[in-house]
Design a protein around this ligand. Structure first.
Ligand SMILES: Nc1ncnc2c1ncn2[C@@H]1O[C@H](COP(=O)(O)OP(=O)(O)OP(=O)(O)O)[C@@H](O)[C@H]1O
Ligand SMILES: Cc1ncc(CO)c(N)n1
Length: 272
């Protein structure tokens, strides 16, 4: 079985972060592992607390993983502080990690800031250049681009600049800010649009985490980047279309919509 690692924060409410990543990896048929960067106290209405792990302990988790079960792909999500980012970059270099997907998480769907300003600079100088692909949404891409993005044409300008500056492929997500479900991939100066069908669902907590983990899972399985993005878009569309409705705010998706078998069938029959 192919393997994938998520290096990210925990979302105790289960819709984003490590929890969303591991559900996504399971549903996409890879063995999921995690190195936790921070605990968050959050739910569908907001984030009430963040507790970072120490860089040393994050390093120990990554060592434990790479010295035993080597991941075929690595997804990086919320990392709020520079020393943690430096630790990740050092370890991924040491172990010559492959298929690195960086979701440059800056703000939660609920509006909470999940990264410090100096950490954004460290992210730019260390992790982005190591990535196979990065997956910013519009506000995150604006920070990397240094200007507002208000149209499909400006998405192309921003993606090209980010691709050239950080020497990594960029999947710029139109997402819930612009362009509905249309995302733009820019690799080596070439554009490819992935036009998704917008699903009318207000419950989008964890969409970014889920998409990047689905891309990492498909890279782990050996698909090329275009195919991995295509398959990941298909997965997230299914998870949104399942119309799970939980919590008082922007709720989580049904990551298990396509998981079938004896145990899910039993739960469906019992309507639980
Ligand atoms: N309503 C929708 N219908 C279909 N696809 C969607 C919808 N909303 C988002 N997506 C898709 O979900 C993926 C994640 O994009 P999005 O912009 O929501 O991420 P994000 O803002 O980083 O998420 P998060 O809120 O978790 O940080 C993209 O492929 C986007 O096109
Ligand atoms: C832990 C965590 N990572 C990422 C996000 C962004 O959705 C979130 N809300 N929480």
């Amino acid at each position: 079985m192919r393997t994938a690692l998520t290096i990210a924060g925990s979302d105790c409410s289960g819709g984003a972060g490590i929890q969303a990543d591991m559900k996504t990896m399971l549903a996409n048929g890879v063995y999921a592992m995690s190195a936790i960067t921070a605990l968050t106290a959050q739910n569908t209405t907001g984030v009430t607390g963040i507790m970072d792990v120490t860089p040393e302990f994050l390093g120990s988790q990554i060592d434990a993983i790479f010295t035993d079960i080597r991941p075929d792909a690595v997804k990086i999500g919320m990392v709020s502080a520079s020393p943690l980012i430096e630790m990740i970059a050092g370890k991924l270099k040491e172990y010559q990690a492959e298929n690195i997907v960086v979701d440059p998480v800056m703000v939660a769907t609920s509006g909470a800031k999940l990264i410090s300003d100096d950490a954004i600079e460290t992210l730019k100088s260390t992790l982005l250049p190591m990535a196979t692909v990065i997956t910013p949404n519009i506000p995150e891409a604006e920070v990397l681009f240094g200007a507002k993005i208000t149209s499909a044409k400006e998405m192309e300008e921003a993606a090209l600049m980010i691709n050239k500056t950080y020497h990594c492929a960029v999947l710029l997500k139109g997402g819930h800010q612009l362009n509905d479900a249309n995302d733009l991939l820019c690799r080596e100066g070439e554009f490819k649009w992935f036009n998704g069908k917008r699903i009318d669902n207000p419950n989008t907590h964890g969409t970014g985490c889920t998409l990047s983990s689905a891309i990492a899972s498909n890279l782990a399985k050996g698909y090329d980047l275009d195919t991995a993005v295509e398959r990941a878009k298909d997965y997230i569309s299914g998870a949104l279309a399942a119309m799970l409705d939980l919590g008082k705010g922007s709720g989580p998706m049904n990551h298990g919509f396509a998981v079938t078998g004896k145990y899910t069938e039993m739960a469906e029959k019992e309507d639980c």
